[in-house]
Design a protein around this ligand. Structure first.
Ligand code: UDP
Length: 327
């Protein structure tokens, strides 16, 4: 099976490529290296290209004859999406349409799409189920809803089958520290905490302490990137067996507050780094926790690393290693 992985040189994509490589899939990574790195592609072949370049995409599809596509290439920073919505709609929506268009043209009828918990906005019920209404509260979430809608509509009139995986908060790194979050401007909580512990950032800002949660800070469902990668393998196997399109949440089903994460990071690293409480960050829902019973029951997904300390420890080892390298 030859699989195209867009964004496979990025943080999550490179872990998925690792998991697929270990299962001996034939992999072609298509990445513009805007936030990805060539060294992060541990298996397969890297094609440097942009999804806005329809001609090159067309050539790549014609040459490689893919059996399935995993579409990971996207921008992921919520508050940046509020400041620069066009950037997000162009890359996350228009470029995804380019890709789907090529899939239809070249008769590649299996797509796994990396969606997000941000499609739910502020869910009425938590843990949130896949059939909850979609009311994104930022352009990032909206751009992903638009792709999900396009996939649904196209699948109704073609042989396209897709799985949309709605990721919760992905964190952690390869336990052998070969790959991990390498973006220097990363904004996600655990990475920012660790870089503050290392001293490459001065202080950790806690965005909002007046939410209606037990300690006033936002709650998220943190999932290890290798468990998420395993979920992709299961989705691929499911699609190859030729079944129906599906939407699955991918999280552990329980959450931690920002303050709890900060305390765990201090404990795992043994470093009491500086923290200050500041105002809310725009676009942040108070609580996002997955009901992941659907993927567990239907695909038999059994997470192996449901342990916040392990997630932090693998990310910490990676951060320490990365701080010694010049990328
Ligand atoms: N957060 C924070 N300080 C930071 C980064 C994040 O307080 O430097 C909070 C953020 O407001 C949210 C939670 O941590 O409540 C998770 O944010 P992150 O950016 O990691 O992921 P998101 O949920 O936005 O995808």
């Amino acid at each position: 099976m030859k699989i195209l992985v867009t964004g496979g040189a990025g943080y999550i994509g490179s872990h998925i490529v690792k998991a697929m490589g270990e299962k001996e899939y034939d992999i072609v990574v298509y990445d513009n290296l805007s936030y990805g790195y060539e060294w992060a592609v541990l298996y397969g072949q890297l094609v440097k290209g942009d999804l806005s370049d329809r001609e090159y995409l067309d050539l790549t599809f014609a040459k490689e004859k893919f059996d399935a596509v995993i579409h990971m290439a996207a921008f992921v920073v919520v508050d940046e999406s509020i400041m620069e919505p066009l950037k997000y709609y162009k890359n996350n929506f228009v470029n995804a349409l380019n890709l789907i268009d090529m899939c239809v043209k070249h008769n590649v009828n299996k797509i796994i799409f990396s969606s997000t918990a941000a499609v739910y906005g502020i869910p009425e019920k938590v843990p949130v189920r896949e059939n909850a209404p979609l009311f994104p509260i930022n352009p990032y979430g909206a751009s992903k809803v638009m792709v999900e809608q396009a996939l649904k509509d196209i699948s109704l009139v073609s042989n396209l089958r897709y799985i949309s995986l709605r990721y919760f908060n992905v964190a952690g790194a390869d336990p052998l520290s070969r790959i991990g979050q390498a973006r220097k401007d990363a904004t996600h909580l655990i990475t920012v905490c660790l870089r503050t512990a290392l001293g490459t950032r001065k202080c950790l800002d806690v965005f909002g302490t007046d939410y209606s949660t037990a300690d006033g800070t936002c709650i998220r469902d943190y999932i290890h990137v290798d468990d998420l990668s395993d979920a992709h393998i299961l989705c691929l196997e499911y699609l190859i067996s030729g079944d129906k399109s599906k939407i699955y949440n991918c999280g552990y089903g329980h959450g931690y507050s920002v303050k709890e994460v900060v305390e765990r990071v201090k404990d795992v690293t043994g470093i009491n780094f500086p923290v200050r409480h500041v105002g809310r960050r725009p676009g942040d829902p108070p609580v996002l926790v997955a009901d992941s019973s659907k993927i567990r029951n239907e695909l038999g997904w059994i997470p192996k690393y449901d342990n916040l300390d392990y997630i932090i420890k693998t990310a910490w080892d990676w951060e320490k290693k990365m701080s010694q390298l010049t990328l």
